[in-house]
Design a protein around this ligand. Structure first.
Ligand SMILES: C[S@@+](CC[C@H](N)C(=O)[O-])C[C@H]1O[C@@H](n2cnc3c(N)ncnc32)[C@H](O)[C@@H]1O
Length: 302
């Protein structure tokens, strides 16, 4: 495991997921394999893990980090919304636990891909505005900035970034793209800073944080994917199986909270979300917005 890689809420997740030998667990966001390794270690000797990640760089590292568990793992480069068909392909009827650890990994935020191309998630460097986690297809952030109307852009910024200055930023994007293509992170960060009057700049976060979050969510269809798996998962869980979800912003957390409460097949085990300890926050400041919610599949009736 890379020395800088720290799975978020690792102890708490393991406690709630409670993996046991013989169980089959799905890790829908395998990333670098931090949570997956913990699940495999605590379900030894014969717990099995099905790991999804659609980012080929993440999956390559996960394969390396989980090599000692190879005989007990399936690692797949797939969108996690393919969970149901994947289980059918593997002839697995029900699973004993499911983990979602949503959002972006530090590998994606910090870096370049194995082939040297930029990822474009961060406003802290100047690079091409891609933002796709899965680069096999789909539109990049630069494509959206080029093709969408001002009102479509404003909606994305407002709903996915909770950005109150959405209209101002969208107008500035449309004005700028008439003169030059808007296709790198530095340009976009500068544009946002210039479009928002100084007195409205947030005190605690970079002025472009919400815009970058909104575009990333739109490019990767993050909320649609989350809604799909929240609907799909309960029927794939054995009774008593735990469904653990770690989110990183209020839009995701709200979706999870509502889906758990509304589903009669689930019993909510965490009325309030579990958050990182003071110790974890000190060690890993990026964990500060993490929230873990857990539900349990009820006994089937009828
Ligand atoms: C926060 S990281 C997971 C970190 C991981 N739990 C660990 O311990 O290393 C989230 C990962 O989920 C992946 N991801 C996000 N949405 C996905 C989706 N719909 N299907 C498959 N992978 C997805 C991202 O590519 C990223 O690698």
């Amino acid at each position: 495991m890379s020395p800088t890689h720290q799975p978020v809420l690792a102890v708490e997740t393991l406690h709630w997921l409670a993996p046991v030998s013989g169980g089959v667990y799905a890790d829908c966001n395998v990333g670098l394999g931090g949570h997956a390794a913990a699940i495999l270690a605590s379900s030894a000797p014969d717990g099995r893990l099905l790991g999804f990640d659609w980012d080929e760089d993440a999956l390559a590292l996960a394969r390396r980090n989980l090599a000692v568990y190879e005989a007990r793992t399936w690692l797949l480069r797939r969108n996690f919304i393919e969970l149901e068909v994947t289980l059918a392909e593997l002839a697995i009827v029900r699973i004993d636990g499911l983990l979602l650890d949503l959002g972006i990994s530090s590998l994606q935020l910090d870096g370049r891909s194995a082939d040297g191309s930029a990822r474009g998630f961060s406003f802290r460097r100047c690079e091409s505005l891609d933002m796709r986690m899965d680069r096999r297809g789909g539109r990049t952030a630069a494509d959206l900035l080029r093709d969408l109307s001002a009102s479509e852009l404003a909606d994305i910024l407002y709903y996915y970034g909770e950005e109150r200055q959405a209209r101002r930023i969208a107008r500035a994007i449309v004005e700028q793209r008439r003169q030059v293509p808007l296709d790198n992170t530095g340009q976009l960060a500068e544009l946002v800073a210039a479009a928002i009057p100084r007195r409205f700049h947030p005190a605690k976060i970079h002025v472009a944080t919400r815009t970058f979050q909104a575009l990333r969510i739109a490019v990767n269809h993050e909320l649609e994917n989350l809604a799909t798996i929240l609907t799909m998962a309960p029927s794939l869980l054995r009774s008593g199986a735990r469904f653990c979800v770690i989110t990183f912003h209020s839009l995701e957390d709200r979706l999870v909270k509502r889906a758990f409460r509304a589903d009669p097949r689930l019993r909510v085990l965490t009325p309030r979300p579990v958050t990182p300890s003071a110790e974890e926050l000190r060690r890993n400041p990026r964990s500060r917005s993490a929230k873990l919610r857990v539900a349990e599949r009820r006994e089937e009736t009828g």
